[in-house]
Design a protein around this ligand. Structure first.
Ligand SMILES: C[S@@+](CC[C@H](N)C(=O)[O-])C[C@H]1O[C@@H](n2cnc3c(N)ncnc32)[C@H](O)[C@@H]1O
Length: 862
């Protein structure tokens, strides 16, 4: 058994407690139901469930999660339960009629598929009393269960290991087809609780009320069951002799008419009785009282040991009993009661045989033997399956079999070929071939054909010694190495194919920007290789040709690459021009091709003279910004990319690798503020002195930071980088603060509106300027009086300050009611107006639709 769990203090806050907190369950007990349901699966198919003693509601939450939507869930407890979505709860005592009525009124004539009971009375210190009231509560819950359960339904209850346990199980087995007691892993070892899952409710038409009456169940059942109890007197007597070491409980009390604790038998009875074993088992002492018996004491066969043994039979062991039985046989022969036909030892053998008849022991031995056999068999099967799998993978690499032959991997999406993000085994194979791995494998003389392999497997099953541990280890190591290789090849493929991936990788490595374009000479070689093979880039292109929109995401990302400034680590100056030669970029995606085929990009392939000069200057001076433009003067159009660039903000970004990461972070925070809820939470905690810098630093030394990564495979590390991260709790306040900031950002006008406002301002300024000029003209006029000038200027300025041409307001009059069908101006309407009616609205809308369709060119034409 494992280490005992602490039930107090921190021992309570075990992993299930934490899990419950993490997953939002109200009580750790939720996991008990989850585990019970995992084993028996009663919730998924249930449409109605009653949870008795449900507070605070952990089991209800689980029921709500696992049961189908629209199912009915009712929870009852002495204390009120906080609302849970789609769960009805009552506060009631489950032992009362009131509770029963409440459930009835809720369910009407529905029946429950599952009744749960995790009740525990409010326990005090008297254990026996507590256990009894728990058993009573269980019986009460059973009473409700039998009333509300549908035939075939399930009743799950918690019982305690106590004297009543067997009685309860007996009652359950009278009412249910299957009764199993189990202790889910989340139930603490120190707890005496056990969960009993009763399935297949028999729904008998009439249930004897005694089954549900604590008085009868907990008192009378033992006598009912005693008929089959092994501890009946005769059995006990045998057992006392053959296994005297075992102390048996006297479950059925004293035998009828025998109320004495001390039994004495006479030696004569023992010698003459045809069942001496029973005599030995039942008696406490063999007495030598008659004259004849006293004579037997004088015989040489009656040794001192025999005399002592006869004095107190209850303290004897198996050997002593054997000695007494031998003595009895010899004496009977002396007395002429038996003919000396058999050697006493033979008789003892017979006794031994009788002893072996101890069924319980026999069954246990047999079970142990069978278990051991089954275990060994399973181990052998596992080992063989591993072997076969290893070989199948090797064969697959040699294209001797399809991936579907491997049961496990065939479901693994990462192994499916023909998709962008797959763990491309074809590619892996190519990679291996490049590394000589496949050739190594292929040249391996030991590689068997299918038949050979089958034979080998058969041979192996005959001769298990061949499967030595070392051999297995060696093969597993080889397999792991192969898998690592495949993963590397897969990563390379990914880089070649997916621009997005390259960007992410580049960022991750803090500016390993040579990865950006995948344009190193090696990449070029690879791409050439690939072009002759299936899969890879060609496959993707082919997929796109076939209108595979899903790939267009990645291609969209590539668009900016053409015009962007790139940095290469691998730049070789051209012999002729001294320009930096870079391998060609991967062919643009279809979307990119369409985009760059527009007129506006025409001619961009050829740099102007000035640009070439600039480029030469850059390259000669060891400038690090190249790519994009093609150097046709080489006549090798596809081979070289040259990017003319000017130092700008981007360069700073690309050179970020040289900077101190802390400085970069600080600059980022200064520019954009804290952007994550975790960061805001920590900042608030620091500001409110809820934590200190030292604390945070100490917390930094966690399992995440001290995670040894030596000799771990790269695929594992990549995966861990994605998922093995500290979970920093965030506060409500942090979220509120971030949301407020986001709202403020959202409230800022969008660019278009800001531009429109700017235009408006500009026009107003232009108008004012125009008015001022005119006013100056008026002022300079000599043939106007000062008063006239002032009037004129005021008029001009007013006009200048006013908005542009105001649209004249048109009043819309709906042609209904009194206005319907009238000709001319409607009554009470002044100024410009327009009449509208429902017909007109439809026509206008239809017209607009048609216009739109014609514009798009795809609409229906009439
Ligand atoms: C262990 S808790 C149940 C936990 C629950 N299964 C969960 O997951 O949240 C036991 C509950 O039994 C309730 N209880 C005890 N006696 C009861 C009774 N006679 N009627 C109703 N509820 C009772 C207690 O109030 C207590 O809330």
């Amino acid at each position: 058994m494992g280490k005992a769990q602490k039930k107090t203090g921190k021992g309570r806050l075990d992993k299930y407690y934490k899990l419950a907190k993490e997953q939002g369950y109200r009580a750790r007990s939720a996991f008990k139901l989850i585990q019970l349901n995992k084993k028996y699966g009663f919730l998924e198919s249930a449409r109605c469930c009653i949870d008795l003693c449900a507070a605070p509601g952990g089991w209800l939450q689980v029921a709500g999660k696992y049961m189908p939507t629209n199912s009915v869930i009712v929870g009852v407890d002495l204390v009120p339960i906080k609302p849970i979505p789609r769960v009805v709860t009552f506060a009631a005592d489950i032992t009362t009629v009131h509770c029963r009525n409440l459930i009835r009124s809720e369910l009407k004539d529905w029946k429950a598929d599952v009744v749960l009971h995790d009740g525990a009375p409010n326990v005090g210190t008297a254990w026996v009393q507590d256990a009894y009231s728990q058993s009573e509560l269980v019986l009460m819950s059973l009473k409700l269960a039998v009333e509300f359960l549908v035939k075939g339904g399930t009743f799950v209850t918690k019982v305690f290991r106590s004297v009543d346990y067997n009685n309860l199980i007996w009652v359950f087995s009278q009412l249910f087809g299957k009764v199993e007691a189990t202790k889910p892993p989340s139930s603490r070892n120190v707890s005496a609780e056990i969960f009993v899952v009763c399935r297949e409710f028999l729904a008998p038409k009439h249930i004897d009320p005694k089954f549900l009456d604590p008085k009868h169940v907990f008192k009378d059942l033992s006598s009912t069951a005693s008929g089959t109890d092994k501890g009946s007197s005769a059995n006990n007597a045998q057992a006392n002799v053959f296994q005297p070491e075992k102390k048996r409980r006297k479950r059925d009390g004293y035998d009828d008419g025998d109320y004495t604790l001390f039994n004495k038998v006479s030696a004569g009875d023992f010698i003459r009785n045809s069942e001496p074993v029973n005599v030995l088992g039942l008696a406490n002492k063999i007495a030598f009282e008659t004259e004849e018996e006293k004579c037997w004491l004088e015989l040489s066969i009656t040794t001192a040991d025999v005399k002592t043994n006869c004095d107190d039979l209850k303290v004897l062991g198996k050997g002593d009993f054997k000695a007494l039985l031998k003595w009895r046989i010899t004496l009977r022969e002396e007395l002429g009661l038996d003919v000396k036909t058999k050697h006493p030892d033979e008789l003892i053998d017979a006794v031994e045989i009788t002893e072996a008849v101890d069924e319980e022991q026999q069954m246990q031995d047999e079970l142990e033997r069978l278990n051991a056999e089954a275990g060994a068999k399973a181990k052998r099967a596992r080992r063989r399956a591993n072997e076969i799998k290893t070989k199948t993978i090797q064969r697959m690499q040699l294209q001797m079999t399809a991936p579907l032959d491997i049961g496990l991997e065939q479901n693994d999406a990462s192994l499916r070929t023909g998709q962008e993000d797959v763990f491309d085994l074809t590619g892996a194979e190519r990679g291996l071939r490049k590394r000589g791995g496949i050739s190594k494998l292929a040249s391996d003389d030991e590689m068997p054909s299918d038949e050979e392999e089958l034979e080998a497997v058969e041979e192996e099953s005959e001769d298990e010694v061949l499967d030595s541990e070392e051999e297995r280890e060696r093969k597993i190591t080889a397999l792991e190495a192969d898998l690592d290789d495949m993963y590397d090849v897969y990563q390379e493929k990914l880089k070649e194919r997916d621009a997005k991936y390259r960007v992410t990788e580049a960022r991750k490595r803090g500016g390993a920007l040579e990865e950006w374009g995948g344009l190193s000479s090696k990449a070029k070689d690879d791409s050439e290789d690939d072009s002759s093979e299936d899969g890879g880039w060609d496959e993707m292109e082919a997929a796109k040709e076939m209108g595979d929109d899903s790939a267009s995401d990645g291609s969209d990302d590539e668009e900016p690459v053409v015009g962007q400034k790139r940095r290469r680590s691998d730049h070789t100056p051209s012999k002729k021009t001294g320009l930096v030669r870079t391998p060609p970029p991967p062919p643009a995606s279809r979307a990119a091709q369409v985009w760059f085929s527009q007129d506006v990009f025409k001619g961009l392939d050829e740099p102007s003279e000035d640009e070439v000069n600039d480029l030469e200057m850059f390259s000669n001076s060891g400038g690090s910004q190249q790519g994009g433009w093609q150097d046709e003067s080489e006549g090798d159009v596809d081979d070289f990319d040259i990017v003319p660039t000017e130092p700008d903000g981007d360069i700073e970004m690309w050179n970020a690798e040289d900077e101190n990461p802390d400085d970069v972070k600080r600059a980022h925070i200064q520019k954009y503020g804290l952007t994550t809820a975790e960061a805001v939470t920590l900042a608030q905690q620091l500001a409110n002195r809820k934590t200190t810098k030292t604390h945070l630093i100490n917390d930094g030394f966690s399992r995440y930071s001290l995670n040894a990564k030596d000799s771990l495979p790269s695929w594992f590390l990549d995966d861990e980088a994605k998922h093995y991260k500290p979970n920093i709790p965030v506060t409500k306040e942090a979220i509120i603060a971030l949301r407020a900031r986001q709202r403020a950002l959202d409230a800022r006008p969008i660019k278009k509106i800001a531009e429109a406002k700017g235009r408006k301002k500009l026009r107003a300024a232009q108008r004012l300027e125009k008015a001022m000029k005119k006013a100056e003209g008026v002022n300079a006029t000599a043939d106007m009086t000062e008063q006239e000038k002032a009037k004129q200027i005021e008029k001009l300025m007013r006009k200048g300050a006013a908005k542009g041409k105001q649209k004249k307001e048109v009043k819309v009059v709906v042609a209904k009611g009194a206005q319907k069908g009238i000709k001319g101006r409607p009554k009470g309407v002044k100024g410009r107006y327009t009449m509208v009616d429902a017909r007109m609205r439809k026509e206008v809308r239809a017209k607009k639709r048609r216009e739109k369709a014609v514009k798009k060119g795809g609409g229906r034409r009439r």
